[in-house]
Write a protein that binds this ligand. Structure first.
Ligand code: HDE
Length: 712
């Protein structure tokens, strides 16, 4: 069976297993084998290219407004756009499924989605950037949204999270302020999808509760390599309720199987121009190549009696729960294994609500969550209309039975005469029931009505310090560079001054380094002592994949005419078996002729996927240069040399064999980088991520080269 036929069959079986995909099938129209174009009212039309006109056949007269076919086409087009999301406008989604791994959560919740190991729950996830418009670039520095919809038989559960575990503000009433501050400035709508401007740093400089989150966004977390390599966090504190009626506080964690990886800033900047859809393509490519991304789903749990036993308030979303104090318990896993059929009806129209929980899961008094529970439903009304939950991507897979009626774009027809409760026919109408219903947890609250925040909400720097202390040296350097880049873009000098003053509360060296770079206030002594504590799970280094893998990594093979054909075939086969993808890059897009092979009369050719200028090194994870006489022409080609130098500068793995290594030596040209180009030497040398071998027998050397993880 061809692989396309196999994929089609896999899709069919996946759809029949997945209640949400089956449901979506009912809303799907396949136009491929249809003929006869029609209007929206179903009448066939003979011509969609010419407006009805007065004409003698030779000359055009006036176009007639009477043409209902042309009018309909234009009307439909005029109204194609809906308001983009007020935040998280640019996003990309995929379907998948979730499974509870064990009954570890049953101590805390009776929700079957988290406890029933025999159940496979369909999910849809939308990843997003926050600040940019729908058409902005994927690789900007920003927080990433990680919004999950679980279609459970008990109703939809929306877990609307981010790739960073804390937030900028403590109280939902500040949300319009932080978003106005980060979005383009109001007078000129500049800059797009950037926090590097006066207003963002002005606001956060005056709002010390943002300090912790600002450190996360300025760290490598703000520029992920891929959606597939991001952690996800529910951020807010939710609650779980078990069958004994006991309540626990909980935070949700999603940990990617591939580890947590980032771009470097120079790459991220360049990719914004070279391929603004980099993350979208990456997710599609992995799913379509049969490498569905997978995450472990974990919970951190705090007993009610321990709520006040921490030096931070566990309901403050600017604080995380250090894993040393509250370990993450893995309870489930999920994969994304199906791309969408059409972007707008699925990814654009999907709408999440933090208030959508299922029995066994509840809220807490986290003041950010309380506000979110109001905001999401509200925003869907302005974006999609009051009947947004009837849209195919949003509707639950279980029955929706109630007396809500009407509103714009209602799609339901109820065949009864009673749309209220109580009514005279209770028995055969949906009535409130306690069986399987959502019951609020009964907890006692008391206090004065006042506009305040709790006492522990007043401390803002301990965890920012903890985060900074926990970073590896290269991560600290990246954070300093990022803050320096951003504050350098603030042309009002008061802004970097205020911010660098605030930074001295986090760390003296950090404040000094950034202030020196951006003409800020260089401190003479720390504003407060550094407590010196660290938490291992705050560094990305903590999340390397359990088994090193190069699956789904993109490897460029650089060749020119007279390359060694056997080398290329061997490395491609090895990489394919490791599920990495390979791309041939050459001096032109088209056939590149290999040097003659032993015993062959015709030189083989390989078709290059791209010209050196057509795709840059930034779009790949590693480079390989085969042996062969092509090394001479590569060494004279500025673009080929730039490819290697740029990849080396971005710390990517670079491999070469024989004469290919001689080209690397010429291109990199640094005495400290050891490169074996002597074709009589069989040993593999690894130096600064450059892996070379002189002499080899096809296949064995290739295996040595590809065993290296590009991130190691
Ligand atoms: Fe959101 N947020 N948010 N947010 N948020 C929205 O809802 C809001 C917050 C997050 O892919 C909006 O449907 C308030 C934290 C994601 O469709 C809006 C507050 C976290 C998405 C809204 C927050 C998020 C949104 C805009 C402070 C991480 C994209 C469009 C109280 C846990 C969802 C929409 C998607 C979207 C409000 C804070 C994550 C306006 C008021 C904290 C991933 O309702």
């Amino acid at each position: 069976m061809s692989s396309a036929a196999q994929t089609a069959m896999d899709n069919v079986s996946r759809i029949s297993d997945n209640p949400k995909l089956r449901d979506l099938k009912n809303a799907t129209i396949d136009l491929t084998n249809e003929s006869g174009l029609t209007t929206d009212h179903g009448v066939k039309i003979p011509d969609t290219d010419n407006w009805l006109k007065v004409s003698d056949g030779q000359h055009n007269g006036p176009s007639l407004l009477e043409d209902q076919i042309a009018r309909e086409k234009i009307h439909r087009f005029d109204h194609e756009r809906i308001p983009e999301r007020v935040v998280h406008a640019r996003g990309f989604g995929a379907h998948g499924h979730f499974r509870a791994l064990n009954d570890g959560a049953s101590k805390y919740t009776f929700a079957p989605v988290l406890t029933d190991t025999s159940r496979e729950t369909p999910i849809f996830i939308r990843f997003s950037t926050v600040a940019g418009s729908r058409g902005s670039a994927d690789t900007v520095r920003d927080v990433r949204g990680f919004a999950m919809k679980f279609y459970t038989p008990e109703g939809n559960w929306d877990l609307v999270g981010n790739d960073i575990p804390v937030f900028f503000i403590q109280d939902a009433i500040k949300f319009p302020d932080i978003i106005h501050a980060v979005k383009p400035e109001p007078h000129n709508e500049i800059p797009q999808a950037q926090s590097a401007h006066n207003n963002f740093w002005d606001f956060t400089g005056l709002q010390p509760e943002s300090a912790h989150m600002v450190c996360w966004v300025m760290s490598d977390r703000g520029i992920p390599r891929s959606y597939r390599m991001m952690q996800g966090f529910g951020v807010n504190t939710y609650t779980l309720i078990n069958k004994n009626g006991e309540r626990h506080f909980v935070k949700f964690h999603m940990t990617p199987e591939l580890g947590v990886h980032s771009l470097v800033w120079d790459e991220a900047l360049k990719i914004c121009g070279e391929d603004p859809d980099f993350h979208r393509k990456d997710l599609n490519e992995a799913i379509e190549n049969g490498c569905p991304p997978k995450w472990t789903f974990g919970i951190q749990v705090i007993e009610e009696k321990d709520e006040h036993n921490f030096d931070f308030d566990i309901l403050d979303a600017t604080k995380l729960w250090p894993e040393e104090l509250v370990p993450v318990q893995p309870i489930g896993e999920f994969v994304l294994d199906r791309t969408v059929d059409e972007f707008f009806p699925e990814t654009e129209q999907v709408a999440f609500c933090t208030s959508h929980v299922v029995p066994g899961i509840g809220f807490s008094d986290d003041p950010l969550l309380q506000g979110r529970n109001f905001s999401y439903f509200d925003t869907q009304i302005s974006r999609l209309g009051i009947n947004w939950e009837q849209l195919p991507i949003n509707r639950p897979t279980c029955p929706v039975l109630n007396h809500h009626r009407d509103g714009k774009m209602n799609h339901h027809i109820n065949t009864n005469n009673l749309n209220y409760y109580p009514n005279r026919k209770d028995v055969c109408h949906p009535v409130p029931t306690s069986e399987g219903s959502y019951m609020e947890f009964k907890n006692k609250t008391e206090g004065m009505k006042q506009r305040v925040r709790g006492a522990k909400f007043q401390e803002h720097f301990n965890q920012a310090q903890l985060f900074y202390n926990s970073l590896a040296p290269h991560e600290k350097a990246h954070l300093i560079d990022a803050m320096s880049f951003e504050l350098s873009h603030c042309d009002d000098l008061d802004v970097p001054r205020t911010y660098t003053k605030l930074l001295n509360n986090i760390d003296f060296d950090l404040a000094k380094a950034v202030a020196t770079n951006v003409n800020g206030i260089i401190p003479e002594k720390p504003a407060r002592p550094n407590h010196g504590k660290k938490s291992a799970a705050l560094s990305q280094d903590h999340f390397l994949p359990k088994t090193p893998t190069i699956a789904t990594r993109r490897i460029a093979i650089l060749i020119a005419d007279d390359f060694n054909y056997t080398d290329v075939q061997a490395i491609r086969a090895s990489l394919a078996s490791a599920k990495a993808t390979t791309w041939i890059i050459g001096p032109r897009r088209g056939d590149i002729v290999a040097e003659s092979q032993l015993g062959g009369t015709v030189n083989p050719t390989i078709t290059a996927d791209h010209h050196f200028e057509g795709q840059r090194s930034t779009l790949f994870d590693a480079i390989f240069v085969p042996g062969g006489a092509h090394a001479k022409s590569l060494s004279k080609n500025g673009r080929a040399i730039h490819w290697v130098r740029e990849a080396f500068g971005h710390c990517k793995a670079i491999g070469a064999i024989g004469d290919g290594a001689a080209f690397l030596k010429h291109a990199i040209n640094l005495p400290e980088v050891e490169i074996v180009s002597d074709v009589s030497k069989p040993e593999v040398v690894v130096s600064y991520g450059v892996v070379t071998i002189g002499k080899y027998s096809a296949g064995s050397a290739a295996k040595d080269v590809i065993r290296l993880d590009p991130n190691s």
